[in-house]
Design a binder for this molecule. Structure first.
Ligand code: NDP
Length: 331
């Protein structure tokens, strides 16, 4: 192997604190998995931000190379399906939580966690999407599968200026849905409108507890926030409305009642990108290539940071000072 040492961001547990530092690794330091990948880009997802700052219990084995997703090029593999030079993408499978992840110039992973880079995306574009955007698309597919169409009525996306929300707003509006965007930050209104939201929702009621049923407003919704926000979304759904829930940016609780379900036949669909079976991943990536054009990818990418600036970006994300997606340039 030509290069002896390469850079990685390492998380180490120091007492109850997490310390993030750049370290020089060798190939012998990497886990003994079947496929070595040279990483071009990883990204900063909400989970990465919690892991880097130690503000959430994300890391399950120490020390940890974080980065729950990456895209790059296969260097060598014991799996003949992944010949050297194959471009690949990885999201989920507890990488960056239990197994070493993308914040390293090289990483060794199980080939079953990889998907070939979708035709039509560069590794950079695939990571502009990243886990967050991939999950945004899974939420759109969940609404489609439940029968929600552009003619069903307005759709609400919560946490709309975040990574998942931005992609959901952009894809839905491109598909012809009438999208309203919930964003708590007035400075992000122009951004979500530029992505295609026809209206911005941000009234003071969103900080309050909803009544069991509120007036009906939405035929479908994508929720990234959880807690009181998801409870209000459920209470505001039309008869037969569908909510795809994927996040907990506002809290993991759900202070609701059964009323939306038993009186309005509302459906709550859970969306998970981590353990999603491989067979369902490629179609979702294909839809992203088709429904998320390159200019939108540029719009949703607010920052490109080197490994040395990932921790600062993580703190900005948790403080709500970011919009869209953050690329981590590893190479
Ligand atoms: P971001 O930090 O990019 O976006 C989250 C957005 O949520 C923020 O931009 C903000 O939106 C809103 N928000 C944050 N805190 C609050 C709050 N207290 N109350 C109301 N709104 C709030 O994160 P991502 O988009 O990457 O992820 C969103 C959620 O989805 C996270 O909980 C993440 O863990 C989850 N997720 C789940 C996945 C799965 O497989 N199920 C995969 C990927 C992410 P705004 O500024 O517009 O108000």
């Amino acid at each position: 192997m030509a290069q002896e040492h390469f850079q990685a961001l390492m998380l180490r547990e120091e007492g109850k604190a997490t310390k993030a530092q750049l370290e020089a690794l060798t190939f012998a330091d990497l886990p003994d998995n079947d496929t070595l990948v040279e990483v071009d880009y990883s990204t900063l997802n909400y989970k990465d931000a919690l892991a880097l700052t130690g503000k959430g219990k994300i890391v399950r084995t120490w020390p940890m190379v974080p980065g729950i997703d990456f895209a790059g090029t296969v260097v060598e593999s014991r799996n003949p399906a992944y010949t050297p030079g194959t471009k690949v993408v990885l999201t989920g499978w507890s990488v960056g939580e239990k197994y070493w992840g993308g914040y390293s110039r090289f990483q060794r992973v199980k080939s079953e966690w990889l998907v070939p880079l979708p035709n039509g995306f560069t590794t950079r574009q695939a990571m502009m999407v990243g886990t967050a955007g991939f999950t945004g698309m899974l939420c759109v597919l969940a609404l489609e599968r439940a029968g929600v169409t552009p003619s069903s009525g307005p759709i609400l996306v919560t946490g709309a200026a975040g990574g998942v929300g931005s992609v959901a707003v952009a894809v839905l509006s491109r598909l012809g849905y009438n999208v309203s965007a919930l964003t708590g930050d007035p400075t992000k209104e122009a951004y979500v409108k530029e992505l295609g939201a026809s209206a911005v929702v941000n009234g003071p009621e969103w900080a309050e507890s909803a009544r069991p049923l509120e007036s009906q407003k939405w035929s479908g919704a994508i929720d990234t926030v959880g807690s009181k926000v998801l409870a209000r979304v459920l209470a505001e759904m039309d008869y037969n409305g569908v909510v795809a829930a994927c996040g907990l940016a506002g809290g993991a609780d759900l202070p609701t009642t059964v009323m939306p379900f038993i009186l309005r036949a509302v459906k709550l669909v859970g969306v998970d990108s981590v353990m999603l079976p491989s067979k369902d991943r490629i179609p979702a990536w294909e839809r992203l290539v088709k429904d998320l054009p390159g200019d939108v990818l540029e719009k949703i990418t607010s920052r490109v940071v080197p490994l040395s600036e990932a921790l600062q970006a993580a703190e900005d994300m948790l403080a709500g000072n970011l919009q869209g997606r953050v690329l981590v340039s590893v190479n």
